[in-house]
Design a protein around this ligand. Sequence first.
Ligand code: NAD
Length: 375
Amino acid sequence: MIIGVLKETLSNETRVALLPSEIKQISTENISFQIEHEAGLGAYFSDIAYEKSGATISSNIYKKSDVIIKINPPSNDEIEKLKDGACLISLINPFINHQIVNKLAKKNISTFCLELIPRSTYAQSMDVLSSQATVSGYKAVLNAANQMPKFFPMLMTPAGTIKPANILILGAGVAGLQAIATASRLGAKVEAFDVRPAAREQVESLGAKFLYMDLDDSAETDSGYAVEMNEDFIKKEMELLHDASKRVDAIITTALIFGKNAPILIKDYMVNDMKKGSCIIDLAAENGGNCELTKPGEIINHNGITIDGRLNLPSQVPLHASQMLSKNISKLLNEIIKDDKIEFNMENEIIKGCLLTHKGEITHEMTKNIIEGKK
Ligand code: NAD
């Protein structure tokens, strides 16, 4: 079996899906790797490093590979080039990219969709959403520090005492908790809010203050995700956030609802009332943004407030983001390869959970229903 690793074609993408260290571990007499020329360059892994791991550098990956591994959803052109009946391991964003899913099914591709890996304790080591959210949460804080005209920590110097910065983190999932930890390490005073009551303890255990509002368990689904809150709740939440936003120096927003657009939680009047020089780092920009003024992919200045809606923050930390991705994907390969072949064992919870298309069909029930408009 030949496994191919592609060079990502998305602009500004610097990550690579699999590193030489994992290739060395997975290779056997019957499993070999082909790597596209300079696939790892953006993450500082040279072709030579891949060759040393036993892989071959190739310009003909699609024709030769039985399994293709990449990070971002494939373009139409990339789907065309896949061998009929090949396997694809990639992020797909299947609830949005209906055309891609249909095309993959039609081309008889067996797609393992990385977003659909169950978020169970067992599958944690394969969870690319978590690993990349960790990177985003960290980098968002550094980006805030870069945008702000202030220090994060308290400093007592002969030139006077500097007060610590106040940072508000909105959404305390994987990215939000990492942002809290990073901002605290830099010495800021951190406040946070989430709709899930379980998040309160996690926020407080990191030493941050949880903004007070009545919450109940119905805000969380069985799989740990937040539900979409009703208008009344969002109105009260915005009042709480309006107050907090007036006193903070930066807001990092990470609030998401699984399979939906990000909720708008920061309106223009709230931005107008923020301190001049403060900033918003909108990590939800990929899903439209939590601030209504966010322009996905851009940094804008609105009346002296910077709103950073840049996308794909993990790409700004390419080496470690790739290292974590590579570990996730190699664990998934360990799960799906049996006796040097890909196994489509639907009794296996991971395979059942993330096999999106197979034998010409959309095999993932929820995606199929969404695409067919059933719900
Ligand atoms: P996510 O990226 O879907 O959302 C980010 C955060 O936004 C969540 O904490 C959510 O509650 C919050 N949010 C949604 N609407 C909001 C609103 N109106 N106001 C404020 N916050 C709002 O979430 P995630 O980071 O992927 O994690 C979600 C949950 O899944 C967490 O409980 C996490 O611990 C759990 N999880 C478990 C595993 C595992 O067991 N393997 C892996 C990853 C995540």
